[in-house]
Design a protein around this ligand. Structure first.
Ligand code: NAD
Length: 436
């Protein structure tokens, strides 16, 4: 790979920042990473990767000579023109995006005609305009580019290297050109547009995907009432090119650091600008109710949950990540405990993160340990290793025989063949019917 590539700065070394940094280093750039978390920076300087993301550790190790980590902005400003911003934008209590980290970055910038901020963080439409105004008021001369990030945790490296599209929103100046140039080797479709439209592409994309999930979850709920099987229904729908098969898997709701907050942020943004985004209200409400449906499925078979031992398989909001932000397991474990159940749980990688957020749950070192003596098992996250569970062993280890498959991940016929009672989400044969 060419070493004549533009050096860049990356501010914020979380999922997006670190993957972006490692990705551009792999493409040949010197990358100057900055974070306010000194422990994280110290760890990174010692080769420790603070997050679990497949392939990331190897990619950072491979490019360690081109990757520099510091808490000090100085080196990044000295060696680069483009400062990619990848700090968190979590939801506030009202659902608006909390821009305090973004604002701190903006305030930390010196006056310079030669630098540009490139916004990777997901921000409300209009943020770029506000930041440009602040730069102008402070006579800072900074350029601004919106370059929203679409990577998915769990496949983030591949998503960086093979993006479906690259979106660059700018004022048609050198900074936008330089960002386009940086992404050129990836040969991805480019959407070069104005800043506000770029900001909206990100929010609208996530809101649409969340809508698709809530839609199929409602179809699943109607399937349960009518005897149809949502897996078959989704298969039939997904073959329609206009619909497509992705994001049509019914389950116990979406979570993660992006969908819930971005949907809420778009709803708030619309509301703040005078438009009541009715559809998104329903998307959010359906998702909240969906997380709780497992409780009624358990109650249907076990009656009151007081003193029942429930095993949760998987805690992360999806497989291949240790991210616990807004995971369905958070709601589920606290609802179960509120109903008097004893909850034990196993996750292949998210236990450490989960321990910070979940109280009163007994964490186990393996799926079988969690299952031992359980009255019911709930599959919460579809980690690949759960497909290899020996279902006869599961049946023998359990005190009860109920398996609630919150992700429609297992083959109901195989589960039943092992003598277990299978409850999926929106599946015709769920519950008491024994035929496959
Ligand atoms: P994260 O919480 O994993 O990382 C944010 C990092 O920024 C942390 O290391 C934090 O210490 C650092 N930070 C905070 N304030 C700082 C400051 N003033 N200066 C320097 N560093 C600072 O966040 P993330 O998941 O990487 O998300 C970052 C942004 O990207 C968010 O806006 C998010 O919505 C968006 N995004 C995330 C994903 C994803 O899958 N995680 C995907 C696309 C977009």
């Amino acid at each position: 790979m060419s070493t004549n590539r533009e050096p860049i700065g990356v501010i914020g070394t979380g999922y997006v920042g670190l993957v972006t940094a490692a990705g551009f280093a792999e493409l040949g750039s010197e990358v100057y990473c900055v974070d306010i978390d000194s422990e994280k920076i110290e760890g990174l300087n010692n080769g420790q990767i603070p997050i679990w993301e497949p392939g990331l550790e190897e990619l950072v190790a491979k490019n360690k000579d081109r990757m520099h980590f510091s808490t000090d902005l100085g080196k990044a400003l000295e060696h680069t023109r483009l400062l990619f911003v990848a700090v968190g934008t979590p939801p506030t209590y009202s659902g608006d995006a909390d821009l305090s980290a973004v604002n701190a970055v903006v305030d930390a910038m010196p006056a310079s005609e030669e630098h540009a901020l490139v916004m990777k963080s997901t921000v409300p439409v209009g943020t770029g305009e506000t930041i440009k105004r602040v730069f102008a008021e402070q006579n800072k001369g900074f350029k601004y580019v919106s370059c929203p990030e679409f990577l998915k945790e769990g496949s983030a490296i591949k998503d960086f290297m093979e993006p479906d599209r690259v979106v660059v929103g700018d004022d048609g100046d050198w900074a936008g050109d330089a960002v386009v140039e940086l992404y050129a080797p990836l040969d991805a479709p480019l959407v070069r547009t104005d800043i506000k439209s770029a900001e909206m592409v990100k929010l609208a994309s996530n809101a649409f995907l969340a809508t698709k999930i809530s839609f199929i979850n409602e179809i699943a709920n109607v399937c349960e009432e009518t005897g149809a099987d949502v897996v078959e229904v989704a298969r039939g729908m997904g073959l329609d090119d206009r619909i497509g098969p992705k994001f049509l898997q019914a389950g116990i709701g979406f979570g993660g650091s992006c969908f819930p907050k971005d949907v809420a942020a778009l709803k708030q943004l619309a509301g703040n600008s005078g438009y009541h985004f009715q559809l998104l209200n329903s998307v959010i409400e359906v998702n909240e109710l969906q997380k709780r449906r497992v409780i009624s499925k358990l109650q249907k078979h076990l009656g009151k949950l007081v003193d029942k031992r429930i095993a949760l398989l998987g805690l992360a909001f999806k497989p291949n990540t240790d991210d616990m932000r807004e995971a369905s397991s958070l709601v589920l474990s606290s609802r179960l405990q509120a109903a008097g159940a004893h909850v034990r749980a196993y996750d292949p990688v998210a236990e450490e993160e989960a321990r910070k957020l979940i109280r009163g749950v007994s964490f186990k070192a393996s799926a079988l340990e969690a299952i031992e003596g359980a009255d019911a098992v709930v599959l919460v996250t579809e980690w690949p290793e759960f497909a290899d569970l020996d279902l006869n062993e599961v049946r023998e280890a359990m005190a009860g025989d109920l398996l609630v498959d919150g992700r429609n991940f297992l083959d109901p016929a195989k589960v039943r063949a092992a003598g277990l009672l299978y409850e999926g989400i929106g599946r015709a044969a769920s519950g008491t019917r024994q035929e496959a």
